[in-house]
Every structure is written in C-alpha cells, then in structure tokens.
Design a protein around this ligand. Structure first.
Ligand code: PMV
Length: 322
C-alpha cells in the first residue's frame, strides 16, 4: 500500500468534494518525552518505535481552509509561493484525495516559532487534518484522524488530542492501520513545559532527513529496547506522579537520540554551544538549588524545560522562559 492508497482507505465512503465553504481547527503542539526517531516505512511514515508526548495547552496552530478559485497558502499572515516547500507539503498531502476541480485557500497561523524544533509540524499537520475533517464533514474517528495526520508528519498523529499525555503506538501492520496515537487517561495538571529559544532560524537539516540516517549509528541497535523500557518506566512515573523519575527518563531518552544523530555515517549536531551551556546551567541549578528541573531537546538547538508549577517563579527568573 502506498500513501495515497492508505489515505483513501481511511476516507472510504467519505465525500471528496466539500459541501460547505470553510473548515477550521486548532491543534496544540506536543513535545515528545520518549522520542520517535527512525522509520520502518518512509512513505507511510511508520516508526520503528512507539513514543509518548505531553501536549502544550494553548500553543499550536490555527488553520482555516476555504474553497477558492486557485490554490493559495498563507502562513503566519504571509502568502507563500506554491513552490515553497511548505506549500508543496500541504498540497502534496491534499492531492492524495482531492477532486481535481477543488481548489483551496489555506490560512495557517502558528503561535509558536515555525521550524525551530518546537514541533510546529506536529500541530500544523493535525490542524490541517482537523480543518479538512470540518470542511468535508467527514466525521472521522480520532483513530482515523490520527492515521491521516501521521501521513502528513509522524509527530502530528499525537497532536490530534489535547489530553495531557499521548502515546503513539508503533503498530505492526505493514499498511500502518494500527499505527496511531491514543491519549493516556492519567492527568498531571502541575506538570509544565518551558521553552528556551536558542535559535529561531529554520533548522539546517529537517528531522525527516536526519532520521533517515539513524540506522547507520551503532547506538541505534539499542534504541528499540531502550524506548520500550523508557516507555514502561515513564508510564509508571506518570501513574505514581514521580516527577524525578519522569524527568530523568525524558532527559536521558532525548540525550540518547542526540547521541544517535551525532554518530551516524554523516554525523550532525543539533546542539550548539549555547545549548550545552544551558544544559550545564540546568544541571547546576538542579543540584545547588535542589529544585527538580529536567529538559528534553528535539531536532534543533532549543531546550524544553520540564518542571512542576510550584517552582515556576524561580525557574522563570533563572532561565527567562519564552
Ligand atoms: O514528525 P517529525 O518528522 O516532525 O519528527 C519529530 C521528531 C522529534 O520531534 C525529534 C521526536 C518526536 O517524537 O516528536
């Protein structure tokens, strides 16, 4: 099965010409505490391992799709050329199922910086799928919305949900029909994520490209087993509300992913000198102030702090959070 067949399987018996003029949606971004890194199927975006994320409440993407005379993409109030990578990504996705006669104007707005490893592709992909579901009145189940979002971008399948924690089960089906996200029933209101933007320029190597090399690192052999045990342990930490355990696992999982990225046959380092400085500052702050604070880093230099609300003031003062 290829991507088009997978999308059409999800949309079987659904209208492919919208009856209304406009569809809209908001999707929150998500930050993986247990990372997705490496695919078993590039076209269907099927991961080698499961992953677990925390949802960012009000940070994410708003998308409005309107029927129009010609295709148009407006990102953060700026019209993009249709040859721009972002426009191509969107219309390549919509071309999987649209009737040739249907043209769309897509207005999408991120209230988080785009392409800086703060997961705007996750909320962007999920908001696009949710807005399409609204426009076409597909009324898809969350499971099918998550599969469709996965076909846009892996991490987007987790942004279909607003629940605190979301797990993307890797699945085993060759066509990926069992590879989708589900929410975890446990909540944790006091758990916070703070974002330290070190560099807001577009990243040089996308996670999609970097991930292709993962299997060439000797550390990647350990990754599936590590993810399995990290997942089991972090779910236990969530159930027990054991913050230090959650933080340690998340921090270590993210550093392991970066170790893989740094040791492929074409090694790359997303972490800059400034990232390293802040990592050391976090270690020092944790040790000296005895304040539990941990971090996770995605495919970019920026740092996401993980902490409990009760320490927010001290942490904000120390790290000037965005
Ligand atoms: O779904 P993508 O292609 O944006 O890749 C996401 C990769 C990480 O953010 C590094 C990890 C993750 O699970 O979100």
């Amino acid at each position: 099965m290829n991507k088009k067949e997978a999308a059409l399987k999800i949309l079987k018996n659904k209208k492919l010409i919208p009856k209304k003029n406009e569809g809209k949606a908001f999707a929150n971004s998500n930050i993986a505490l247990i990372k997705y890194w490496g695919k078993r199927n590039e076209d269907l975006i099927l991961p080698n391992t499961s992953s677990l994320s925390i949802s960012l409440n009000n940070l994410g993407t708003n998308t409005i799709i309107k029927l129009a005379h010609k295709d148009k993409v407006i990102l953060n109030n700026e019209e993009l050329d249709l040859n721009h990578n972002f426009s191509k990504r969107i219309f390549n996705f919509i071309d999987l199922f649209r009737d040739k006669e249907c043209k769309f104007e897509i207005k999408t707005y991120n209230n988080i910086p785009t392409s800086v490893g703060v997961a705007s592709s996750a909320s962007g992909g999920a908001a696009l799928v949710l807005a399409l579901n609204d426009l076409f009145e597909w009324d898809l189940s969350k499971k099918n919305l998550s599969i469709l979002a996965r076909l846009f971008s892996g991490s987007a399948c987790r942004s279909i949900y607003q629940d605190t924690f979301v797990i993307w089960n890797k699945g085993n089906d060759i066509n990926g029909m069992d590879s989708y996200a589900i929410p975890l029933k446990h909540k944790w209101k006091d758990l916070s994520i703070g974002i330290i933007i070190i560099d807001d320029k577009e990243k040089k190597i996308s996670s999609r490209e970097a991930m292709k090399l993962a299997h060439t690192s000797s550390y990647y052999k350990e990754w599936p087993r590590k993810v399995e045990s990290d997942l089991k342990n972090i779910i236990e930490a969530i159930k027990q509300k054991d913050f230090n355990l959650l933080g340690r696992i998340a921090e270590n999982n993210s550093l392991f992913m970066h170790k893989i990225i740094q040791t492929t046959k074409s090694p790359f380092n997303y972490l800059t000198e400034k990232t390293e400085l802040i990592i050391n500052k976090i270690y020092k702050f944790r040790k000296e102030k005895k304040i539990p604070i941990y971090f996770t880093i995605d495919a970019g230099p920026n740092i996401k702090l993980i902490y409990l609300k009760e320490f927010e003031e001290e942490i904000k003062n120390e790290f000037y959070l965005s």
